[in-house]
Design a protein around this ligand. Structure first.
Ligand code: GLN
Length: 592
């Protein structure tokens, strides 16, 4: 097993996660099998309890692990399936050591950070690195480890110590340290400054780690003399210094690394040059080129709660992007804060209310994502009603699907107080109820989490076709509430169709309105399994419907525009030509 450690210096937010994922992808393109580990030095045992408002979305894995969103980046770039153990936190490590201590495994010795915590970290890394994540048998060739935070943080110290010991243990030729740093340009002199990087490399060395490769974030490519200086002061050969200068989008990062021969530098450090082939990134490059040149917009209104922080919906945005690129559309996200659509806003801030409705009405498609808590619920219901009544393509995810059922029960069945018992426990029409998989009396550990199977009930429905005429699909879940199975006959009689259910037939997974161009809700979160080259079926359906090409996508069983190596799409889906003028008012919120 070979290890690539990615650390960060100077400031946070340099794009360490994207760099680590890109390194993984590049090595994969060289024919190697790659896995990844993300280390988060915080004390939470997992990301499940962390607010997406503060921390970005909680990413969910097949095994039900609730993890840092960086694992989503790894899965998307490497098309891998990770496990909860691929995300190490301080909380997990301490918990495992304390559990052992309670069991008496340390035989009366004093339990300390060094060696017990540091040993536990190394054992964890070694164990997880050997687990295949690409569906093939046998251990991967390389494990890319990303250490969260910035060198010098107090909370990452035990990890640095452990990784220092680990690099010594696995020995040279098996360990490569890539340090991501910042080379700022001061506007007064316009000069690329190396001092911050020098300092952070010094910090790294003083902690016992020596960088093999420097990846410098900068606005432009590093000047030769700047590289020479960095090389001298940081003791890293010039060929091992790469610049991650600003690019239009993150799909360029693996290409940037390849162009600067980062793979050769890494493979050399790892003694893998003879095992690897020339990197094949033809399909990736073609897709990136298409992404760069898209002009014809598709406007999707995201009716959510945390509209201030786009990271709270990262996977949803990525899934929309994958689908848009596949349909050759330029994604324009219109952020609509759900509560702005509500009547109360009309009274308190009419301008805000009008602006929100204008955005919603200008969109080609509407998406109501998942969520917890009752803020904005009424606004989401109004947006759903608008989509349903005006034949606007609509996708509701998890809470979005539940509210679509609530809206239908209220408007069509006339159950005026229909609600989810999450928001109104006393409602006389509980169409969404608490349906935990475990205990009904305890909240803790009752979430339905991770991969579960959905069986399609109707072969002729849009969702089944989008999934390639599948009989069943496995998608990831994260919820406690579900559509009330006792109300299904009534709701179905009124026209809403539950086209996907679990194996018991009691849990509603996919809902569709057959009379509508595209009105689909899913109890699961399809966004977590979307990949740049394999867009998620239900997102593809939304984007295709919003661009007027759903029919051709349905006919081909959910396939569009397979991107060929020369960058020419050989599919047939063509979207309608958009008539609106200024499409870019809100940007697309994708580059951060
Ligand atoms: N709050 C809802 C539930 O627990 C929906 C959750 C979600 O959207 N992820 O079922």
């Amino acid at each position: 097993m070979k290890y690539v450690l990615v650390t960060g210096g100077v400031v946070s937010g340099l794009g360490k996660g994207v760099t680590a994922s890109s390194i993984g992808l590049l090595l994969q393109a060289c024919g190697l099998r790659v896995t990844s580990i993300k280390i988060d030095p915080y004390l939470n045992t997992d990301a499940g309890t962390m607010s997406p408002f503060e921390h970005g979305e909680v990413f969910v894995l097949d095994d039900g692990g609730e993890v840092d969103l960086d694992l989503g980046n790894y899965e998307r770039f490497l098309d891998s399936t990770l496990t909860r153990d691929n995300n190490i936190t301080t909380g997990k490590i301490y918990q495992s050591v304390i559990d052992k201590e309670r069991k008496g495994d340390y035989l009366g010795r004093t339990v300390q950070v060094v060696p017990h915590i540091t040993d536990a970290i190394q054992e964890w890394i070694e164990r997880v690195a050997n687990v295949p994540v690409d569906g093939k048998e046998g251990p991967p060739d390389v494990c890319v480890i990303e250490l969260g935070g910035t060198i010098g943080d107090i909370e990452s110290m035990p990890f640095i110590e452990a990784l220092g010991q680990f690099s010594y243990k696995v020995g040279p030729g098996n360990f490569c340290l890539v340090h991501v740093s910042l080379v700022p340009v001061l506007s007064v002199v316009g000069e690329q400054k190396t001092k911050p990087t020098q300092h952070s490399v010094r910090g790294l060395r003083s902690l016992g780690l020596t960088p093999n490769i420097l990846a410098c974030r900068s606005t432009k490519a590093l000047e030769e003399n700047v590289k020479t200086k960095l090389s001298q002061f940081c003791h890293v050969p010039e060929v091992n210094i790469v610049t991650l200068y600003d690019v239009p989008n993150i799909w360029h990062v693996p290409l940037l690394l390849r162009d600067q021969k980062a793979h050769e530098a890494i493979l050399k450090e790892l003694n893998l040059l003879s095992n690897a082939v020339k990197p094949d990134l033809a399909e990736w490059t073609a897709r990136t080129k298409i992404y760069d040149t898209l002009q014809d917009p598709v406007r999707i209104a995201m009716v959510g709660k945390y509209t201030g922080l786009t990271d709270s919906y990262l996977s949803v945005l990525k899934a929309l992007l994958h689908a848009s690129v596949a349909c050759h559309k330029k994604l324009a996200i219109e952020w609509v804060a759900a509560s702005d659509l509500e009547e109360i806003t009309a009274q308190e801030a009419p301008d805000v209310h009008k602006a929100a409705w204008d955005l919603l009405k200008g969109a080609d498609g509407i998406l109501v994502p998942g969520g917890f808590g009752d803020r904005g619920v009424q606004g989401k219901i109004l947006a759903t009603k608008y989509a349903r009544e005006n034949q606007i393509p609509f996708l509701g995810i998890c809470l979005g699907m539940q509210l679509a059922v609530v809206e239908f029960a209220r408007s069509i069945l006339g159950f005026h107080d229909a609600n989810s018992t999450e928001f109104e426990p006393e409602t006389s029409s509980p169409c969404v109820i608490f349906m935990p998989e475990g205990s009904t009396t305890h909240m803790g550990g009752t979430m339905r989490l991770g991969s579960r199977r959905t069986y399609f009930q109707v072969a002729d429905c849009k969702s089944a076709k989008l999934y390639g005429n599948a009989k069943f699909v496995d998608e990831r879940h994260r919820h406690r509430y579900e559509v009330n199975p006792d109300m299904i006959p009534e709701i179905e009689k009124a026209g809403l169709s539950f086209v996907g259910k679990d194996e018991t037939g009691r849990r509603m997974e996919v809902v569709e309105l057959p009379t509508h161009p595209y009105f689909v809700g899913a109890q699961f979160h399809p966004e977590f399994k979307s990949r740049p080259g394999k867009p998620s079926a239900l997102f593809l359906g939304l984007i295709a419907a919003a661009s007027g090409c759903l029919e051709s996508v349905l006919q081909t069983g959910g396939k569009v525009n397979k991107i060929s190596k020369n960058g020419v799409a050989n599919g047939t889906a063509v979207g309608k030509v958009h008539q609106n003028g200024n499409m870019y008012s809100n940007g697309n919120g994708l580059h951060h």
